[in-house]
Design a protein around this ligand. Structure first.
Ligand code: ADE
Ligand code: ZN
Length: 343
């Protein structure tokens, strides 16, 4: 590992855009299929990996929903989540905000609580074992009707103490955030914080809609904001965090080449950029791999890398004192490396 990658490896960081179902590695997919007697249309782990060649978001989503069919019991969600935490402990992730897709499971006949209980128990055990703090964010599947999202919100209401917020994911094109305005109004009134995928494949108008119709506190992806100068100014003015996922963008052909990724331009225009893995088991890398990829392709400086790590805590849903504690850890780390990095 190069010296600068050592710097990234040691940086304390938060991951704010991670679909837990997207952390299902082929080995675990196979093991759970056997444990649960689920038939998979793949001969072996290599065949699963070979299938992961995508030209757009929907190609990936089709395999992602098929993959999650092996998740049937609370123990499956527990094992998946603990494996993710143990993996990212190696990347010096100190805090994580995990998405889950309950409709991907209730639609297959699982109880709403099965996924939630497994995930939350693993997060508690993971914090005890690894010291990683966490929150859970429920995502609505935007390709399904708003009424089904509303019913899912109603199922979540009794578990408000374990779910910090709600988000919006799945097929973006043709499903603008405005479709879910009433759902998000009700979620905010119930005390949930809000985020939404917008401007991944969808146009800048969807980012405006996430801001104005859903009143989100973070934009997930948002890379197509570059196409709208007024939107760029507004995102900077609002200090709106963006959870950018570079390897995901590359693998889903949102960008043709990592050197063409807009992350550096977003930083240069003063946007609050964070770096995340999205679905690491499908896109070829966990959070540090995403930092390495953009550092190398875009020649990011140590200052920029440290800023991204600080942003990850600042943009989190932690309380202000805990954010400050983690940001001080970043500063102490940078000082300990002897690099001169302004805060
Ligand atoms: N669900 C899981 N990963 C996603 C992504 N990158 N975009 C939309 N929905 C998703
Ligand atoms: Zn995502």
């Amino acid at each position: 590992m190069s010296d600068v990658n050592d710097f990234i490896a040691g940086l304390p960081k938060a991951e704010l855009h991670l679909h837990i179902e997207g952390a299902l590695e082929p080995e675990m997919m196979f093991a759970l299929a056997q444990r649960n007697g689920v038939a998979l249309p793949y001969a072996d782990v290599e065949a699963i990996r070979a299938a992961y060649s995508f030209t757009r978001l929907q190609d990936f989503l089709d395999l992602y929903y098929r993959g999650m069919s092996v998740l049937l019991t609370e123990a499956d969600f527990y094992d998946l989540t603990l494996a993710y935490l143990r993996r990212v402990a190696q990347d010096n992730v100190r805090h994580t905000e995990i998405f889950f897709d309950p409709q991907g499971h209730t639609g297959r006949g699982l109880a709403f609580e099965t996924a939630l209980n497994g995930i939350s128990r693993a997060l508690a055990d993971g914090e005890a074992e690894l010291g990683i703090t966490s929150h859970i964010i429920l995502c609505f599947l935007r390709h399904l009707p708003a009424e089904e999202a509303m019913a899912t919100l109603d199922q979540a209401l009794p578990h408000r103490d374990r779910i910090v917020g709600v988000g919006l994911d799945s097929s973006e094109q043709g499903h603008p955030p405005a479709k879910f305005k009433a759902v998000f109004d009700k979620a905010r009134a119930a005390g949930f914080l809000t985020v939404a995928h917008a401007g991944e494949e969808g146009p800048p108008e969807y980012i405006w809609s996430a801001l104005d119709d859903l009143q989100v506190l973070r934009i997930d992806h948002g890379v197509r904001a570059l196409e709208d100068p007024d939107l760029m100014l507004e995102l900077a003015r609002r200090k709106m965090p963006l959870t950018v996922c570079p390897l995901s963008n590359l693998r889903l052909c949102v960008v043709d080449d990592m050197t063409a990724h807009p992350l550096k331009m977003m930083l240069d225009r003063g946007l609050v950029v964070t770096v995340n893995s999205d679905d690491p088991a499908y896109f070829g890398g966990y959070v540090n791999d995403n930092y390495y990829a953009v550092r190398q392709a875009l020649a990011l400086s140590d200052e920029e890398l440290a800023l991204i790590a600080r942003n990850s805590f600042g943009a989190s849903f932690l309380d202000e004192a805990t954010k400050a504690k983690y940001i001080a850890e970043v500063d102490a780390y940078v000082a300990s490396t002897g690099r001169s990095v302004a805060s």
